[in-house]
Design a protein. Structure first.
Length: 431
């Protein structure tokens, strides 16, 4: 082959390579979409997108992450209208039941069970069960959400009490002394998931692993009545301070109660610290401490939980990339630790919970309490509870009746009976 022909052939090869490169670049441009109700999760994602990009050097990924306060209902509406939904959807655990109706979670979202594989055993089982449907996993939890006791040591000292270890101690010893000193122990509110936090800790179930409603059976109903009785007695004695509706989440009611000493402590999950307590009373930094919540003398679990957000992957053209992104961000020890360090969402993975980089974390707001160790201690015995498409029916019934339980116009037995009846009616009539 003469030199001129060789030159022409070389030019043609280079041209073909150039065309191939352009086509390839165009084919790998992708927009990854995500929607959820809480900016914190998106802040964490955004903090690590550069790392994820390095794993895909042949792709140009545009990240379209947005907060939608009504994300669950809006996505369900999109599905009903036959519209495209986001690649990743962060579903608050109380809304997950809506996706279980008519098998929507299975029809429109990826079954993550085979993708997670044997790694599932490395994580708290109670955080898989929430986002399971017919035994398969459809969401990955954002946080262990262990409930703990946030308290003001100075008020406890003035009342002459130690941190109570049991709820019976709260009702009979610590609580009355706090009340005599002008303080309530914690708040009570008209939210079914608030009651569930105490009920699950006592060992009670609302639904079983197969989705059956079991709150009214011979095992669970007595526990529900026991917890309802405790709540009513605690409110009557001034140990629990009723704070209803939106006053829990906004406004000055709770921050003012903290600052005035009217509310000495609060039992809430890890997210309460970042969403409400610290932002609500920033000037009280150093005046708070944190420890594990009281347990029930009659049995149950060391702690409980309230809340959580599971991320689900929508079926579609981007499902493989969306899964890779979620896997990278949420699974594995390094990612679990980073998420806690960046947005205070405690690890769900056992090895990450006990890692020194987690347990050694302190917070000056809580007097340099080792908050990581507190959460880790709480996580040793976390409740396992099961979701249902009718969880919303329970939540509505309990939330509606709780004010009557608080003011004594409804007995604990009547409260539980009505919640059971209302929920069962919703199940029977498919509402």
């Amino acid at each position: 082959m003469n030199k001129s022909k060789l030159a022409v052939l070389l030019v043609l090869c280079l041209m073909l390579m150039g065309v191939s490169t352009v086509v390839h670049a165009q084919a790998t441009e992708v927009t990854l979409t995500a929607r959820t109700h809480d900016q914190l999760y998106l802040d964490y994602f955004n903090s690590r997108t550069a790392e994820f990009d390095k794993l895909h050097p042949d792709m140009k990924i545009t990240y379209d992450f947005q907060v939608d306060s009504q994300v669950a209902q809006n996505v369900l509406n999109q599905l009903a209208a036959g519209e495209k939904i986001p690649d990743l959807v962060g579903i608050e655990r109380g809304s997950f039941g809506g996706f279980m109706k008519n098998g929507a979670i299975d029809k429109y979202f990826v079954d993550l069970t085979p993708l997670i594989g044997d790694r599932a055993k490395d994580y708290s089982p109670g955080r898989w069960s929430i986002y399971s449907y017919k035994g398969e996993i459809y969401g990955i939890e954002s946080s262990l959400t262990p409930s703990v006791l946030y308290y003001q040591p100075d008020i406890y000292t003035k009342a002459g009490i130690e941190v109570p270890k049991t709820w019976e101690d709260v009702l009979n010893v610590a609580g009355p002394k706090l009340v005599a000193n002008g303080s309530a122990f914690t708040f009570a509110t008209n939210d079914g998931t608030w009651f569930q936090m105490y009920y699950n800790q006592r060992g009670g179930d609302i639904f079983d692993k197969d989705g059956n409603f079991v709150m009214g059976d011979d095992t669970n109903k007595p526990l529900a009545i026991e917890v309802a009785t405790f709540v009513q007695n605690a409110v009557k004695a001034g140990i629990f301070l009723p704070v209803l509706g939106g006053d829990v989440w906004s406004g000055a009611t709770i921050p003012t109660a903290y600052q005035s000493g009217k509310l000495a402590s609060t039992v809430m999950p890890d997210w309460w610290s970042s969403c409400c307590l610290k932002p609500g009373v920033p000037d009280m930094a150093g005046k708070w401490a944190m420890t594990t919540m009281p347990a029930w003398a009659g049995g149950g679990h060391a702690t409980s939980t309230w809340g959580g957000t599971g991320w689900s992957v929508a079926k579609g053209d981007n499902q493989e990339l969306a899964w890779e992104f979620l896997d990278f961000m949420y699974l594995g020890k390094e990612s679990q630790v980073q998420r806690f360090q960046k947005i205070n969402m405690f690890p769900v993975m056992f090895d990450a919970m006990t890692d020194e980089s987690v347990t050694s974390v302190t917070d000056p707001f809580y007097g340099d309490t080792k908050i990581g160790q507190v959460y880790a201690d709480a996580g040793k015995d976390m409740v396992v509870w099961y979701n249902s498409e009718f969880f919303g029916a329970y939540n509505t019934a309990a939330g509606t009746d709780l004010p009557a339980l608080f003011d004594g116009s409804m007995t604990p037995e009547d409260f539980v009976n009505d919640v059971v009846t209302q929920t069962q009616n919703a199940i029977d009539f498919g509402s």
